[in-house]
Write a protein that binds this ligand. Structure first.
Ligand code: ATP
Length: 362
């Protein structure tokens, strides 16, 4: 939708809780920075449910479809979860890129977090999400011969529920290719060019084992990329003990959900961790954190994760120089350390932090 003067269109959807606060603050910052953007804020979530009878009205969908970039805040209740359902699952945004980077001055609990710079790449469409669940009795009827590893049939568990884990060849190959392309891009910027595949294939031999085998097969087709595999329990330990050894960490959906929070906290906190969800023809950007109802409405949320998500969005939109300037300004504010938010040991409000970033942009 970029116009003749090179102005790009962004749709900003705050979602819920602190999502609204950090997206508003980030949009004000982007506008004040003078970046060539037209920012639209169409109705969505609970307000749209009341005014339009839908959490994602058709007009909002149309604007998202035509936009150059989409920035989302955070989901909480059902109406904002419906926004995520639209942005992520209905658009097949299968690759969730979650950069884990230490900025000097950030409040990492690690003794030496310097040099942490990796990406948790979470497969978004398969594994155990989006939920496919049912009653054990239905499963027992459909698959009477299905047994667990100790020989029990499903009918022997009594009343209960089940969840289905899906690992398709197509879904695994495409996320593995995405991982490889990402690792190559990062290698051009001096990173090692390594894919770390994370599964629990020693227990889930057929499903996770298949994921591991297919990923390794794809990575081996890319000359110059290294491959390694860790079980998810081992990977979580390594994230804390050897985070500097990671480059692109490819995880199935649930593992990536959990490990990326762990990694984000190790590198400095949830308030700093950005993300982008990519499909073949669609992308949107959001912080890793959620709606944080415990701190909503107090103007103390750290907007860094959303500002850095916006930087990822700018790069994706072809505004690489603006993206670099924005990230460098954030890094400067952390290095300086005087105007950080409460989660980072400071006293700055959301707005005061953004003002500091604006000043650091020069
Ligand atoms: P959800 O279920 O939507 O993920 P949640 O509150 O369980 O919401 P998060 O929102 O991800 O989980 O955050 C967990 C906690 O981390 C919050 O309760 C909050 O204290 C802290 N936190 C998260 N994001 C931020 C932020 N941007 N700034 C400051 N603190 C944050």
């Amino acid at each position: 939708m970029g116009d003749a003067a090179g102005v790009k269109t962004v749709v900003a959807l705050g979602g819920e809780g602190i999502g609204v606060e950090v997206v508003d603050a980030t949009c004000e910052l982007l506008a004040a920075a003078g970046f060539p953007l037209r920012i639209l804020t169409p109705p969505h979530g609970e307000a749209a449910q009341r005014s339009h009878g839908s959490p994602v009205p058709d007009e909002t969908k149309r604007l998202c479809g035509a936009a150059d970039g989409i920035l989302f805040g955070a989901a909480g209740g059902p109406a904002s979860v419906a926004v995520i359902t639209y942005l992520r699952w209905q658009q097949d945004a299968y690759a969730n890129v979650r950069p884990i980077k230490y900025y000097e001055g950030a409040r990492s609990p690690l003794a030496d977090p310097r040099g942490i710079d990796f990406v948790v790449l979470r497969e978004n469409m398969e594994g155990l999400y989006p939920a496919r669940e049912g009653d054990l009795a239905e499963l027992a009827r459909a698959l009477p011969e299905l047994r667990d590893h100790i020989g029990r049939r499903m009918g022997e568990y009594g009343e209960g529920r089940f969840a289905v884990k899906v690992v398709s060849r197509h879904g695994t190959e495409r996320i593995a290719r995405f991982a490889c392309e990402l690792a190559l891009k990062r290698r051009d910027r001096g990173r090692p060019g390594k894919i770390t595949c994370v599964t629990k294939s020693n227990v889930l031999v057929r499903s996770d084992g298949f994921f591991q085998e297919v990923v390794e097969g794809v990575v081996r087709q890319y000359a110059g990329l290294a491959f390694e595999h860790f079980y998810v329990d081992d990977a979580s330990r390594r994230f804390v003990r050897f985070p500097q050894a990671m480059d692109v960490v490819l995880c199935m959906n649930l593992y990536g959900d959990i490990l990326s929070d762990l990694a984000a906290e190790a590198a400095g906190g949830l308030g700093i961790a950005p993300s982008g969800c990519f499909g073949d023809r669609w992308a949107y950007f959001e912080s890793v954190h959620g709606s944080a109802p415990d701190i909503a409405g107090q103007a103390i949320a750290n907007p860094t994760a959303t500002i850095l998500s916006a930087a990822m969005m700018l790069e994706h939109m072809g505004l690489a120089a603006e993206a670099e300037r924005l990230e460098a300004a954030v890094a400067r504010v952390y290095r300086d350390g005087r105007r950080l938010t409460r989660d980072q040991g400071g006293t700055a409000t959301t707005g005061e932090f953004c003002k500091a970033v604006l000043e650091a942009l020069g």
